[in-house]
Design a protein around this ligand. Sequence first.
Ligand SMILES: Cc1cc2nc3c(=O)[nH]c(=O)nc-3n(C[C@H](O)[C@H](O)[C@H](O)COP(=O)(O)OP(=O)(O)OC[C@H]3O[C@@H](n4cnc5c(N)ncnc54)[C@H](O)[C@@H]3O)c2cc1C
Length: 565
Amino acid sequence: MVTIVVALAVVGALSLLAVIIPRRGLEPDSMIDVPLETGRPRIVILGGGFGGVYAASYLEQLSKGDYDIVLVNKENHFVFQPLLPEVISGTIGLVDVVSPIRRLLPNTELHVREVESIDLEARTVTTSTGFHPHPHVLRFDHLILAMGTVTDFRGLRGLPEHAFPFKTLSDALGLRNHVIRALEEAAIEQHDEALRKRLLTFVVAGGGFSGVEVVAELNDFVREVAEHYRGIDPSLIRVVLIHSQDRILPEMDSRLALFAERILRERGVEILLNARLQAATGEAAILGDGAVIDTKTLVSTVPASPHPLIEAIALPKTKNGRIKVAPTLEVEGMPNVWALGDCAMVPAPEGGFAPPTAQHATRQARTVAENVVAKLRGGATQTFAFKGLGKMGSLGRRSAVAEVFGMRISGVIAWFLWRTIYLMKMPGWARRIKVAASWTLDLFLPPELVQLKLGSSVGVTQEHFEPGQEVFHQGDIGDRIYIVLNGKAEVLRDDQPIAVLARGEYFGEMALLHQTQRNATVRCIEPMDVLALPKRDFSVLAANLPELRKSFEAKSNERAREMVA
Ligand SMILES: Cc1cc2nc3c(=O)[nH]c(=O)nc-3n(C[C@H](O)[C@H](O)[C@H](O)COP(=O)(O)OP(=O)(O)OC[C@H]3O[C@@H](n4cnc5c(N)ncnc54)[C@H](O)[C@@H]3O)c2cc1C
């Protein structure tokens, strides 16, 4: 609704003033190089997951103070993804699956920012805007790419709007909150049987490791807490797993996969094999054969797609968009650029390629770190030789499947092994003790039912400016478009005033439309209130309202001509 109002406001304001002319590339004057130069070679790591954090940690261990390490990550914490499904049921605390990167990497310079662009020729990385939208440019001598993959629902009808991805801490928390809300609603919607059934149907698409672990936790959770809701008939609860192949856990031995299937079915999970999720609405999951499952909760753990930044840069890649690297993990034909983890296609010692798992990413991190140091110090590089220790998947309540050291284990022993191994893999003893305590208490205490309502931090916001205050500066990164609600601002190009903006006018759109920097400064001259629409929302509007985009472009051309004249 808000987006529509803003769209109308923006369209209504189209007749107004020229502010920005598109201009490509970074202006050297406006770049802010961070951190300050030390004269030592700089190793920049992009991504603070298993690959990035472990690479930085090994580099710290190998350091003799002869290089600097910089790590850029969207969040200031490292997420231990294998335990993320347990956040749904609250078996472990929310912050127990994350660790602060600063504590893990005391000798690494951490930049909690989003990587905006990578310039392999100039050997720089530009990070996104923080509180102030000026670009930060990081020079590198060695670049380590460890940004993982993204869950990309593009091209799948209705999934971007209605399916829950499951990859980050906020995905897990968002899903948990939604599930509790669905239960709360189901408990009071006594008069509408169809709606109650929809609220009590939970669908997970993808029968690989993460899908199976998610459905197992979700199933345990909803069935266990349902008894606390007097208005819910537990027999109405449906938990459905959709999988496109003829058995779940295709990565595992078929006997273990069949065991997993049996346990899940016994616990009430309906498993639909050879079924493909085709589309979604706010009310249903629609399958490839036209079958419709009425639901208010759809989680999709597939597809894992290449990271858009990796897609955008000119590096050798495989068909599935992963970066081709040599067995040393150096990118083919790109000296001093390295890639590892889920974003890379790493040749495995036994032939084929290493699977995208945490155990492989952490071993690749060691190889990368040792090879970068070897190149800096003039030593010999080595090849990635890790063959994998095995595979494990949790099935929820005291059951798991494991293939370790050539043995196949299932049930409670596999579950105990799973917990012990992951506990020992968690970074730091403090975290291990907390998780062990949570798991022990969970054996005796009922599951936590608190729904955390967090306000949304995105979307349209209103901002106020006082005279003399800059909204943005020439050369800043374009991160949002503004609509003046009241007050005035002047537009300055190279410090020369060129226009005044007043109520009903908008500014800041061209940098967004053309992915360029701001080419003018906007400074408040009378107390001013504006509506600010973030880049992401603006891009959605521009992509889906061709008339809106055309109007912007026509106006910007007119403005460009006026400026040239
Ligand atoms: C639910 C789930 C369960 C799993 N369970 C297991 C398991 O039991 N065992 C196992 O071995 N593997 C498991 N995996 C797989 C494992 O987590 C991945 O293989 C591993 O995380 C890959 O590491 P990575 O460093 O390549 O990517 P990631 O760990 O995904 O890290 C990528 C990092 O890059 C950051 N990033 C991305 N884009 C940007 C940007 N533009 N700017 C700044 N930072 C950015 C992200 O925030 C993230 O921190 C699981 C995965 C999931 C999702």
